[in-house]
Design a protein around this ligand. Structure first.
Ligand SMILES: Nc1ncnc2c1ncn2[C@@H]1O[C@H](COP(=O)(O)OP(=O)(O)OP(=O)(O)O)[C@@H](O)[C@H]1O
Length: 232
């Protein structure tokens, strides 16, 4: 579960002493329950990426609190957050963020290696996950030798390999054509239904927003609307 309470954040730009403060998030509060898909929409500049970066622990909030699975993460230091992230969170990005010099297999097994799991031990799990995303036949391909949809599946496999209870996604279909987009959305729904994975997804795209059990709208850094689509 993700619990966000009175979260506020701003950025300072410009030279020291003459900074301009850009308020981005203002008293944002909402929850994402276990097993839910929550989508966050809002115009460009409304603070969606900032919110996701705060939940991901890539930046710390100026005010307010973030709890993930009962742990207060908003005040954790970087080292602690890095350990927490690998146990609790998976990530899917618009730009896939694959390592170009590694094969699909090597990209997928990477989190296991970072976690200190021996190569031999991780082999079964890596093969299982590649099978699950339908990429067993492509495991020796480099990202440059795969289609956009296949690359996104590699990135999902990499997110799934450590069994994260929560996946955070930033415009997951932003680089895909509409047919591949639909396949990917169906796959996210399947992961949610069959494995109970909780998703928090930010998007511009109505089709993506619609897979949310709930859609939250950010407007000028505030939550202005929660549209309940269907029950989780
Ligand atoms: N590191 C930063 N330094 C200064 N200002 C920033 C920084 N990151 C974001 N901002 C500002 O914060 C505001 C919100 O940005 P954010 O990227 O969160 O919006 P967004 O809703 O994700 O937009 P988009 O849909 O275009 O990606 C913008 O005005 C942006 O210029």
């Amino acid at each position: 579960m993700i619990e966000i309470k009175d979260l506020s954040h701003d950025f300072k730009i410009g030279k020291k002493g003459r900074e301009t403060v850009i308020p981005v998030l203002k008293n944002v509060s909402f929850k994402v329950n276990n097993g839910e898909i929550v989508t966050i929409v809002g115009r460009s500049g409304s603070g969606k990426s900032t919110l996701l970066n705060l939940v991901s622990g890539f930046i710390r909030p100026k005010e307010g609190e973030i709890m993930i699975n009962g742990v207060k993460t908003s005040s954790m230091n970087e080292t602690k957050f890095a350990d927490f992230r690998i146990e609790h969170l998976g990530f899917i990005f618009q730009s896939f963020q694959l390592i170009p010099s590694m094969t699909a297999y090597q990209n997928v097994e990477l989190p296991l290696i970072l976690k200190g799991i021996k190569e031999e031990e991780g082999k079964i799990r890596t093969n299982e996950i590649l099978e699950m995303v339908g990429l067993s036949d492509y495991q020796d391909h480099y990202p440059g030798e795969l289609s956009g949809g296949q690359q996104q599946r590699v990135s999902i496999a990499r997110a799934l390999i450590v069994n994260p209870p929560i996946i955070l996604a930033d415009e997951p279909t932003g680089s895909l054509d509409s047919e591949t987009e639909e396949d990917l959305l169906n796959f996210i729904i399947k992961l949610n239904r069959e494995l109970g994975i909780t998703f928090l997804i930010i998007t511009h795209d109505d089709k993506v927003a619609q897979i949310g059990h709930r859609t939250i709208e950010l407007r000028d850094g505030k939550v202005v609307e929660e549209v309940y689509a269907n029950e989780a």
